[in-house]
Design a protein around this ligand. Structure first.
Ligand code: HEC
Length: 151
């Protein structure tokens, strides 16, 4: 009968570690998920700004730099979304996101595609193509913010 206590303890500690995991998927706390997605957006914004300066003619066109930034944006475009798991409402994210998951995911998919297109355009080294793809990517950011981000 002695064996029961350690077994019970083991089961109890397993359950304890499982509870936070089931609440926020890959994040220990809701705040961690919010911070993670906000950090990804902040980085995305910084690298969009670098290409934006070139597109607006405020910085010289250096194809290699644009390629580097576009590749980073394409990678970052995949990151924020796991940070919107169940029970992670907060920050400037509108609560309706968690009611319209399919529509929100539609926006993020469209944006990921736009960022991939921008990455492909950057690889051509053609500024006109970069401008066009950059505009479409910016539109994808804005379309989602209009519906799902608090001002
Ligand atoms: C599918 C929706 C969606 C797309 C696409 C999207 N965002 Fe956002 N963005 C959000 C939401 C929602 C928040 C608020 C997150 C929060 O506060 O928890 C946000 C927050 C931000 C923030 C503030 C981050 C902070 O530090 O609080 C910036 C900057 C930002 N987004 C930039 C961008 C840029 C630039 C793009 C495109 C390159 C983009 N976002 C694409 C939904 C989106």
């Amino acid at each position: 009968m002695r064996i029961q206590n350690p077994v019970r303890l083991a089961i109890a500690s397993c359950l304890l570690t499982l509870i936070p995991l089931s609440v926020t998927a890959q994040f220990a706390k809701k705040e961690d998920a919010i911070k993670y997605r906000q950090s990804a957006f902040a980085l995305m914004s910084a690298h969009m700004g670098r290409i934006g300066a070139v597109v607006k003619g405020e910085a010289p066109f250096n194809a290699a730099d644009v390629q580097k930034n576009a590749a980073i944006i394409a990678t970052l475009s995949e990151l924020p979304w796991p940070g919107f798991g169940a029970n992670t409402e907060g920050g400037k994210a509108k609560p309706v996101i968690w009611k319209e998951t399919a529509k929100f995911n539609g926006h993020s998919d469209k944006f990921i595609k736009a960022a991939a297109d921008l990455n492909a355009a950057a690889k051509t080294g053609n500024l006109d193509q970069v401008k066009k793809a950059f505009g479409a990517t910016g539109q994808a950011c804005k379309a989602c913010h209009d519906d799902y981000r608090d001002k």
